[in-house]
Design a protein around this ligand. Structure first.
Ligand code: PEP
Length: 224
């Protein structure tokens, strides 16, 4: 059986490199021996090099939270898939609803980013909301059902497990083989039921991944 995938989306947190390093070290030490779970940390770009330097000693993946669709050029502020790859990232999150909400990212942009990231040999963690279409299988594509209203920082609460199960079953009709995850207010108290009852192969975790003790419990509960 494949490992359960737990993708930690740190968003624009923590506020300092020192705090990021502390969070990384606490989590890395605690989850190192946990079998059956692959933990992937997705910090802000600026923290990635330090974390990659420390990560090879433990069974942790590292990913970016976004990338651009071109390899290089006059695109101020952007980071290319090949730059992430060169830094040592294995994964990249794409299509997060916060990017549409705050930065006007469109479906078309997301599609271009997905194609570019897959070509650069990154594993793409693609967020699909309530209304977007589920893509068909592609190698290295991981799909996340993440309704915007369920994200904790939006004042949301986790979707009902039965609703996630229904949605995941519908998504399976087009996305037949790759992992399907759930995202939205996942924490240590509900991870097990999403894994056992909703047919998902893991979770995208925002808020709960910033509290080391909470995230470590979540990882352990996922492995049980
Ligand atoms: C997210 O925004 O990707 C997310 C999963 O957030 P949270 O777990 O805080 O709902």
């Amino acid at each position: 059986m494949k490992d359960i995938l737990l993708i930690a989306n740190w968003k624009m947190n923590p506020g300092t490199a020192k705090e990021a390093q502390e969070l990384f070290e606490t989590v890395a030490n605690a989850v190192e021996g946990v079998a059956g779970v692959k933990v992937v940390l997705c910090p802000p770009f600026v923290y990635i090099p330090e974390i990659v330097r420390a990560a090879p000693s433990v069974a942790l993946g590292v990913g970016g939270q976004d990338c651009f669709w071109e390899g290089k050029g006059a695109f101020t502020g952007e980071v290319s898939p090949s730059m992430l790859k060169e830094l040592g990232c294995e994964y990249v999150i794409l299509g997060h609803s916060e990017r549409a909400k705050y930065l006007g990212e469109t479906e078309d942009m997301v599609q271009k980013k997905v194609a570019a990231a897959l070509s650069a040999d990154l594993k793409v963690v693609l967020c699909v909301g309530e209304n977007e279409q589920t893509p068909a299988d592609r190698e290295n594509l991981i799909v996340v059902y993440e309704p915007e209203w369920a994200i904790s920082t939006e004042g949301g609460r986790a979707a009902d497990v039965s609703r996630v199960a229904e949605k995941v079953a519908a998504m399976r009709k087009t996305f037949k083989a790759g992992p399907i995850l759930y995202g939205g207010s996942v924490d240590s108290s509900n991870i097990a039921s999403f894994l056992k009852e909703a047919g998902v192969q893991g979770a995208l975790v925002g808020g709960a991944s910033l509290n080391a003790a909470e995230f470590i419990s979540l990882v352990k509960n996922a492995a049980m």
